[in-house]
Design a protein around this ligand. Structure first.
Ligand SMILES: NCCCC(=O)O
Length: 815
């Protein structure tokens, strides 16, 4: 047996498709002293029983790009390595059996076009011509993506392993990692039964074993092994060029295999497996088939493919696969442990994602950052609920059961709720709040008028939703009177220390060095000028800042700030989210309402826009920040959780005559779209600079103090940009924008919408999206030309705007 090396630059743990792909890409990037350790044999965990469909389209452009990379890699891997991969680019069909599904599929075809994939919409007969084994009586239509395909999971993994060794990596089977040596919060060595390997970085791609392994070192990887079953038939003359088929209304998928079919599905009553731990020795192992559970899938399949009735059954396979609470996989460096990288939780997409995920993970390991923004799969998207085993299991069961169900606009999860509540939860519920959930927090999305008989319940549709008029009502209250938003879930950090100002002046691109009492809206940039964080920084004292960011960014932003505090500075970051509530009082009457219950001078002179004050409301002292995400005069009140009910009650009583209303996150969204306020993770992120995003006003000019990303910003200011965020307003108020609609400029594809919604003050739909042009985009270019949006296959005329649609001069905000 080959001897283990005493040291390596990177050690990959796990010899499934993701581990082999990561080792392959590490070696290709020049890290030839990469070692892959597999405790049994390559593919013996989950890969060997994967079904092997390779679809590409996702709701994120970058994840779609990642899967597109897999396709490109798989096309050439056999020629490169000399090993067969079973790769076939036969295309992928997706069926729609009702009008709502057809609306979803048409929107998916638009999304595909936005992301550069030519998805074709077919009639039932055209679909049947591609897939003659199916009945089409119940079909409304289908979509076909010619570049989708399928691979043999074991063969493609062996080919990646061969490619990795050809490029210089070493692979060791039958080598179990027993421990990691960690010193000063960093990995020093991997310990195995056959010796130890000193290394700089560890990449854990151990499939469903990743959670337990990572937990030993304080790293949380929220995944759940779920039983997944599919049937393999004997050969019955199925043509080898058959596309893969997804029939989501019947919860099933199909692919051709040696002249027969593979057919599997996602039942609504799935079963988590190995709740108390994966048994020892579980490799090249399967579970006993659960025939009763599979019967529901079989029945649905027989309605589509009658030939299954008589086809011989080779095997009903039940294999556990790793699923995650949000259906996305998990990549990146663990926030809890430096140099510990994770690639796990691939849900149903291990083979489709393996090529691209390995590429991205390898780049992350080598360069310290992913090749592009991977927020939807970033390990830092998790937070407190993801540490709770029961929460993870319940939410993952829901996600599994929804794998093929309709993906509705604005759909919320229903499981494992409520988990975290604001102190106002019961009060808001009693007043008709319809709650959504983020990072475990219950948050009011909108308020039903209970007296008028409205029910606080979302009824999902691709048309106008049932909450539309309620949101319009709340929006009007914001614009014409005052509204109160419970934003307790917002993430809040305290940064203290002698050098807090110096730290922030490096990390934040806006000026955070102003006197105590000032507030800065700022981005935090990476070395490419990309926006890693977009948040508010309030200076409470010479040596103390209070930082407020979005609910979902708690782990990510904390990690970014903490890592970027220059070594040796006295600046300590603390997450104070749980201790504080945040009530946002906004609207033209908000000052008058607040002044009724507060003796402090709230006038514009004493308390101007973008400042922070300590004020007292009904005897409770709090931090008030004059900012607003609605574009109206507003006060963010940050106060101890225990004080929130009394303050809320006092404000509601004081505002009764002023028209003060409760408002929820969906009204906030309509208000911010009218103001063109950007949303991190949606409109802005690591792939966009503030100059491209129209946020140049928030970035320091000149000055001696350097900040991260400055060189790129200064270059873009001099030389211009190739994309620019533009606001689009369709002429037709009935158009429904959801995001991802394709932008056409003078008939040419120019980008896609990052956000879509409706502005109740302007009475029109609103979209935000980047207009791209390799030769450069400036204001004149962005505002000229004839613009259209592709909305579910229909071209809709629209006008471009670079200024906010509501109060472009910001007078109301500063009033
Ligand atoms: N592992 C099954 C894949 C199903 C799908 O791609 O939809």
């Amino acid at each position: 047996m080959k001897e283990l090396p005493g040291s390596a630059r990177a050690v990959v743990i796990g010899g499934g498709i993701v581990g082999c792909s990561t080792a392959y890409h590490l070696a290709k990037l020049g890290w030839t002293d990469t070692v892959l350790l597999e405790r049994h044999k390559l593919t013996s965990g989950t890969t060997f029983h994967a079904a092997g469909l390779v679809g590409q389209l996702r709701t994120s452009a970058n994840i779609t790009q990642l899967l597109g990379y897999s396709v490109e890699l798989y096309r050439s891997l056999e020629a490169e390595t000399g090993l067969a991969t079973g790769w076939k680019m036969n295309g992928g069909l997706r069926l729609a059996c009702n009008e709502e599904r057809w609306a979803e599929v048409r929107r998916q075809a638009t999304t595909a076009r936005s992301f550069g994939l030519e998805m074709q919409l077919l009639t039932p007969k055209e679909a049947q011509a591609l897939w003659p084994l199916m009945t089409v009586d119940d079909l409304v239509g289908a979509a076909f993506l010619p570049t989708d395909g399928q691979a043999n999971p074991t063969d493609i993994t062996q080919a990646l392993a061969r490619g990795a060794t050809m490029a210089g990596a070493s692979i060791f089977e039958d080598t179990e990692v027993t421990d990691l040596e960690i010193d000063g919060g960093r990995i020093r060595a991997v310990v195995t039964a056959r010796g130890r390997i000193e290394c700089e970085r560890v990449v854990v791609c151990a499939g469903q074993w990743t959670r337990a392994f990572a937990a030993r070192f304080g790293v949380n990887v929220p995944l759940v092994p779920m039983e997944h079953q599919y049937l393999v038939t004997e050969a019955f003359g199925v043509p080898s060029n058959l596309p893969t088929l997804r029939d989501p209304d019947r919860l099933t998928y199909y692919k051709e295999e040696v002249g027969g079919l593979v057919m599997g599905g996602y039942e609504p009553n799935p079963a988590p497996w190995a709740v108390n731990g994966i048994p020892e020795g579980f490799h090249f192992s399967l579970l006993n088939p659960d025939i009763e559970r599979f019967e529901q899938i079989m029945e649905l399949a027989l309605g589509r493919v009658p030939a299954l009735e008589t086809a011989g059954v080779k095997q009903l396979l039940n294999g556990p696969e790793s699923f995650t609470p949000d259906g996305n996989f998990i990549l990146g460096e663990a926030p809890a442990l430096r140099n510990f990288f994770v690639g796990a939780g691939f849900n149903a997409f291990g083979i489709a994602s393996g090529g691209g995920a390995g590429m991205a993970l390898a780049q992350w390991v080598v360069k310290g950052e992913p090749p592009f923004d991977l927020w939807p799969v970033d390990i830092r998207r998790f937070g407190r609920p993801h540490f709770d085993g029961d929460w993870i299991r319940r939410r993952t069961v829901e996600a599994y059961g929804k794998h093929y169900t309709m993906a509705w606009p604005s759909e919320e999860h229903s499981s494992a709720r409520p988990f975290r509540t604001s102190p106002l939860y019961e009060r808001l519920k009693a007043q008709g709040a319809c709650f959504g959930e983020k990072l475990g927090w219950e948050r009011p999305n909108w308020f039903a008028d209970l007296k008028a008989g409205e029910e606080p319940r979302d009824v999902y549709t691709y048309g106008r939703p049932n909450w539309f008029s309620a949101v319009a009502r709340e929006h009007r209250a914001v614009r014409e009177a005052a509204a109160i938003f419970d934003q307790t879930s917002f993430a809040k950090f305290s940064l203290r220390g002698r050098d807090a100002e110096r730290a922030l002046s490096w990390i934040a691109s806006n000026d955070a060095a102003k006197a105590p009492g000032s507030v800065a809206y700022t981005q935090m940039l990476n070395d490419h000028g990309g926006i890693e964080c977009d948040l508010t920084v309030a200076r409470l004292a010479e040596d103390e800042y209070y930082i407020v960011t979005g609910t979902g960014f708690a782990t990510h932003d904390f990690d970014w700030i903490a890592r970027n505090i220059p070594a040796g500075l006295d600046a300590r970051l603390e997450d104070v989210t749980e201790a504080l509530s945040a009530l946002v009082l906004t609207g033209p009457a908000s000052r008058a309402v607040l002044q009724k219950v507060c003796d402090d001078d709230l006038s514009n002179a004493a308390f101007p826009f973008s400042t922070v004050r300590s004020i007292t409301v009904v005897g409770r002292t709090m931090c008030a920040i004059r900012v607003s995400y609605t574009g109206e005069l507003g006060f963010e009140l940050h106060l101890p959780v225990a004080d929130a009910p009394a303050v809320y009650d006092a404000l509601m009583a004081a505002g009764r005559r002023d028209g003060l209303a409760n408002a929820g996150y969906r009204a906030l969204e309509t208000c911010r779209l009218e103001k063109g306020y950007r949303y991190w993770g949606v409109d802005v992120g690591p792939d966009h600079t503030p100059i491209e995003a129209g946020l140049g006003f928030a970035v320091r000019r000149g000055g001696a103090a350097d900040f991260r990303g400055r060189a790129v910003i200064e270059r873009q200011r001099r030389e211009g940009v190739r994309k620019m965020l533009v606001c689009f307003v369709p002429e037709d108020p009935a158009v429904i924008l959801l995001g991802r609609e394709t932008i056409y400029r003078n008939g040419e594809r120019a980008g896609w919408l990052t956000s879509g919604g409706f502005g109740h003050t302007i009475g029109r739909p609103i979209g935000l999206g980047y207009v791209r042009n390799p030769d450069g985009v400036d204001r004149a270019y962005a505002l000229s030309g004839r613009y259209e949006l592709d909305v579910g296959g229909e071209r809709v005329a629209c006008t471009p705007h670079l200024e906010p649609l509501h109060d472009p001069e910001g007078k109301r905000l500063r009033s």
